[in-house]
Design a protein around this ligand. Structure first.
Ligand SMILES: [Zn+2]
Length: 704
């Protein structure tokens, strides 16, 4: 009985799934995209990529690029090309300094005494030689220096000419052990990413890179098990002698960026750019072979349906780019200012194929930062939800398998897993940081798995990848890109009520946060009241900007006064509740008062000057490159003692990224402070002006 009732319910809901991708696409369009999308094709492409050690500016990276180039041609993309960008550690691409290339012939590490044991060999397992290792041929004792990234680790130890065993940040160990204390090289088990599962699997070997700008040193990466056993033997008084032999050069080279397009019918309508990053150490299956083959599959699906006439030609061009992470994006945008000016939306994929029951991942549809509100996230979120609902229904009942988008047709069989996906706030750490930054300002739909317990290790293999998930994400990518590429004035007007309702929900959610802030015992009553109202105020501005972004993108009249009034009314009701809570706590005055209202420094208005781009990159930090180390150490926002709020470096970096993004020549320092405080939590205004002062000294901005 129960079974039949459930089956009836399921049937009813299955019938509605077919329409659930509306209002963005018709059912016919969705079904065509869905049926064309394959998980087997990207999975087989990934099989090839995972055999290559794809460190940027190396021969194997170029081999991967060559493979993608060949596929984009086969798939019928136009204007396909592979571009090279010279790098020498100095050449600038926008604000970013280029890095260096690396050529390796060999790298072996042996324990020669007391045991005869191979610890690492580039030829069979290249992840074991840290990137940017230099030539060496040395037989030397191993010395345990603990973490190895602090001066105190070297007290009473002689590492000169020896090999240091350390698990601290590799570039810092290099600067101390090698550059300062004369060690020949390093053996490392540095944990380079942390999750709740970190350390549980002690057999994984993580990759590491040395600082290519330092002139000497090599490092071999070993598992935690291996490192701990070496440490135990050293502690027991054993002398361990290693022989390291490396033949490798760090020097000028080139980055390679492959790109191609599906041309739109109206060159003036703007372009949609798909991105990923083609680099990473072997195998690098999820990070980020998966993103590369999945945008490639989105390209194949769209090229085929459009060229066959199954889908009408979109008016906007769809562009696809494969290059080294962050750096390839900057190089490409810097060489092509014309293309940069035409870009209006980005779809970025970095880690999108993990089987969640193996690597513990959730696929996150990631919002743009608050400095760049955009309608784009909701498109991706709605499409992901269609698949999620279909997959959940199928997993529970076996009904309507087509709505679950399972890969069963060829190659490796996909799973029948549910689609574990959600929407999360902006998170940093990939090429979308470039696109979303204020001087590029191309909003990014960023799709990413997190966590992934095998990230940056030799266990990030094809075995962790689910062809079903590749198919689902390729479908989201193709469908979202097609929505962006075809969105016109009429359609954007039509979508407005859908968006306004999403905005209402988000404002209501923000009110929950505002209630916590106004009651926060760590803030005095006046401050709590101000921060809570600021949160609602900034949230409302963000929602209104999102609605405008939809209309502007479609080329429609950006007036949305009906929706604006409804949202403003909602916000003012929510605000009045916050007011009574603030006043009940004893907050003084008739209105909340900004903590910076009497502060002259807060009234100054910064303006960006000079080259485009954010201030931090994969291998470059603009402030560090331009300011003396003593000056850097004084930047309060970036120093850990500044405030307890910022005790994690991540939060400092997010604040810094957004402070720079909110600089628009109109907002003053206090207003920028309010904007980032709503996004990441209240921040003292002097931290903002202090940081902007450093930016001014580095030549990135001026006071108006
Ligand atoms: Zn990545």
């Amino acid at each position: 009985m129960l079974r039949s009732i459930l089956a009836g319910l399921v049937l009813l809901s299955a019938a509605t799934f077919a329409l659930a991708q509306q209002p963005f696409l018709s059912s016919e369009q969705w079904v065509k995209l869905r049926d064309e999308a394959s998980g087997a094709a990207p999975y087989e492409n990934l099989r090839y990529l995972t055999r290559l050690h794809r460190v940027p500016a190396t021969a194997e990276f170029d081999q991967a690029a060559q493979f993608v180039l060949q596929r984009t041609r086969e798939y019928g993309l136009a204007e396909v090309q592979s571009e090279q960008f010279p790098i020498d550690g100095k050449t600038q691409y926008g604000l970013m300094r280029s890095y260096l290339g690396w050529t390796v012939e060999a790298g072996q590490l042996w324990e020669v005494r007391p045991q005869h044991l191979l610890l690492g060999d580039w030829a069979t397992d290249p992840i074991r030689l840290a990137d940017y290792s230099h030539t060496a041929d040395v037989e030397a004792a191993l010395v345990d220096v603990g973490d190895g990234s602090h001066e105190s680790d070297y007290a009473g130890k002689d590492v000169r000419g020896k090999i240091a065993l350390a698990d601290g940040v590799l570039a810092r160990v290099q600067a101390l052990a090698v550059a300062k204390y004369g060690a020949a090289g390093i053996v490392s088990d540095m944990p380079n990413q942390s999750t709740a599962w970190s350390g549980l699997d002690r057999t994984v070997v993580r990759w590491g890179h040395l600082d290519a700008r330092q002139p000497a040193g090599f490092a071999f990466m070993v598992s935690r098990d291996t490192a701990e056993s070496l440490r135990a033997r050293l502690r027991a008084g054993q002398q361990i002698t290693l022989h390291a032999k490396v033949k490798a050069e760090v020097g000028p080279g080139h980055w390679t960026v492959v790109n191609g397009v599906i041309p739109g019918t109206d060159p003036a309508a703007g372009e949609i750019v798909y991105s990923c990053h083609l680099d990473h150490e072997r195998p690098g299956a999820n990070d980020n072979g998966s993103g590369c083959v999945t945008i490639l599959e989105s390209a194949r699906v769209l090229a085929r349906l459009i060229s066959s006439g199954a889908l009408p030609h979109p008016k906007r061009t769809l562009r696809f780019v494969w290059g080294p992470e962050v750096e390839g994006t900057m190089a490409y945008l810097s060489r092509h200012p014309d293309i940069r000016a035409r870009l209006s939306a980005n779809i970025h994929m970095d880690m999108v194929g993990g089987d969640p029951f193996k690597n513990k991942s959730i696929l996150h549809v990631t919002e743009t930062p608050w400095s760049l509100p955009s309608f784009m996230t909701d498109v991706g979120a709605a499409l992901a939800d269609v698949i999620r609902t279909g997959a959940a229904n199928y997993a529970a009942s076996g009904d309507a398998p087509e709505t679950a988008v399972i890969e069963t047709r060829a190659g490796e069989q996909g799973t029948r897993n549910q689609f574990l996906a959600d929407v999360t706030p902006y998170a940093a750490g990939s090429d979308h940081d470039d696109y979303d930054s204020s001087t590029i300002a191309v909003p990014s739909l960023y799709l990413r798995d997190w966590p992934d317990i095998y990230i940056h290790t030799d266990h990030d293999t094809l075995q962790q990848i689910d062809p079903t998930k590749l198919r689902r994400v390729a479908l989201i990518g193709a469908a979202a890109g097609y929505v962006y590429a075809t969105l016109d004035a009429e359609r954007s007007r039509h979508l407005l009520p859908f968006y306004a309702s999403q905005s209402e929900v988000r404002l209501a959610q923000l009110f929950q946060r505002a209630q916590q802030v106004v009651a926060d015992p760590k803030l005095d009553a006046g401050a709590a009241w101000y921060e809570a109202s600021n949160l609602l105020h900034q949230g409302l501005q963000r929602e209104l900007a999102m609605l405008s972004s939809l209309l502007k993108f479609g080329g429609s009249d950006p007036n949305h006064s009906t929706q604006e009034k409804a949202l403003s009314d909602q916000a003012s009701t929510l605000n009045s509740w916050i007011d009574s809570q603030g006043q009940a706590r004893g907050a003084p005055g008739a209105e909340p008062k900004a903590p910076w209202s009497g502060d002259a420094a807060a009234q100054k208005i910064p303006v960006r000057v000079g080259e485009f781009g954010p201030l931090t990159y994969q291998n470059d930090d603009v402030l560090k490159a331009r300011l003396a180390p003593e000056r850097m150490a004084k930047i309060k926002l970036l120093s850990s003692e500044a405030t307890p709020l910022l005790n994690t470096q991540d939060l400092s970096e997010l604040y810094a990224y957004e402070i720079v993004n909110f600089v628009d020549g109109k907002r003053n320092v206090g207003e920028i402070r309010d904007a980032v405080s709503a996004e990441y939590g209240p921040l003292p205004v002097h931290l903002v002006s202090d940081y902007l002062d450093a930016c001014r000294e580095a030549g990135i901005m001026q006071w108006k």
